[in-house]
Design a protein around this ligand. Sequence first.
Ligand SMILES: [Zn+2]
Length: 119
Amino acid sequence: MLTKQKAYFKKVAKRRSYAPSKFLRDAYKHFNRLYFKGKLPQDLTIGWASDRTLGGDMGWAFGNNILINKRLTEWSLVALQTVLHEMCHISKPSDDGHGKQFTKELKRLIRAGAFDPLL
Ligand SMILES: [Zn+2]
């Protein structure tokens, strides 16, 4: 993620300009247990954010925060796929976004069948 984006995200997370969601939190907890051995942060902030905040992206992960585009509230399976995607960013933080480590982690989840019920 670009440095500028990171700074902006921090500001957004600080202002809490997102809507916390039990649906997303429960999914996160479930996926964390099932596919990450519960090793991802328990105190992570997760919620819906506006398309404007996300600049058109479906989701964002930074530090202990995951934001999902609120347009996806109508598309719960896509929202859950996005949560898994963002969890890979949390699991393998890196400045090169979708680099080697991220791709490896995402492929691990695909092989584990994480996306199967969401297709
Ligand atoms: Zn990504």
